[in-house]
Design a binder for this molecule. Sequence first.
Ligand SMILES: [Zn+2]
Length: 421
Amino acid sequence: MTTVYYSNAKESSMRFALLILLVLSVRLPVCAQSPADEVKAVQDDARVKAAFEFIDKDRDAILREWIAITEINAPSKQEKERARYIESLLRKHKLDIRYDEVGNLIATRKGTGGGPVAVFDAHMDTVFKPGLKIKATVKDGRVYAPGVGDDTRNIEALLATIRALDAAKITTKGDIVFLFTVDEEEEMTGAEHYTKQNKGKVDYYVALDGGYEGFTYAGIGINWYRHHIIGPGGHTRSRTPPYSATLPMARAISRIYELKVPNNPSSNLNIGMLGGSEVVNAKANDAWFSVDLRSTSNEVIADLEKQIAAILDEEARKAGMTVKTDVLSKSPAAVLPGNRESKLVHVAEAVHRAMGFNPPIGNAGSNNSSAALLQGITSISTGAGPCADAHALTENCEIEPLYKGIKKILLLELALVGLAQ
Ligand SMILES: [Zn+2]
């Protein structure tokens, strides 16, 4: 007889409690899964293995396409031609494709639902002047062309992952947003616009720019100034003092170099340019120098800024002169509290280790990731391959590691948004 089941209310409630316990204990290991376990589960999935195999088979097409995009120069704010070409490649896939008001090209690979939204960004613009004819050459396992690395290698990495995801018929829970941005090299207005508009809708923002073996989770602040000391000037043979404004300038520079610039938080100070009179036989009435001040801490920047201003005022006053400061550009350190311990950083670290890297993890990035962090979006920056001579006509990249870098990016995409069953 099985009526025992109904015979005792106390017993049945105990059974119910036991059942709950059983369910909880079965679920516990899932909740406690470490990022390394999660990444391993994705990496071991047969579909992901198929995607990796596809990347290996797709090598020649990847190299050809990488070169074709590189050969379309795209100076900042003149990215249209390159964007149209990338768009034509994206159109071969099932993606939601659009441009926003500033010219960012956005392609969303929709998930099945219930997963996070991960944005993967690569910038389209280059630092090279309009009209530059670019012809890539391949030699000794490297490809040489201005812009081939910064940031075309990462544009190609994104396109290659889209092809591999489709070839392996991979569906994801969350959406992957492929974001091809404008104007990273000059003012970062592309990423700034996108992150401001979408900050409530983005869970993770990965800027692919530079990098290969490691990644950064915060942006360094970079401030540029031109300080002038303004004096009366005069002929070399005019009454002295007053001196040339170069004298208080030189004294100020030597005192500024005595300032304590901390290594931790990572900070730098450089005076790279200076000027004075236009001719030899005149005292400068305007002696100037540039300051490039960087730190991962905005407090350090503010403090050094204050000390530099005080030195300038003192030296100018001693010489009976005045100070004028032009701020050439200011971009604050992008530090998001807790980002180092965020899910994104832990998953990114696990992905790098799973791919055989021992990743350096830094906090001094200087790219679109900062724009996201400043909007409060958890973000990192990394890249798909090792390159050299960025921003120079001799720029070049190693070819072979890019294929591994593409697999790394694909694994990161999937580890973040989750595989759908
Ligand atoms: Zn770049």
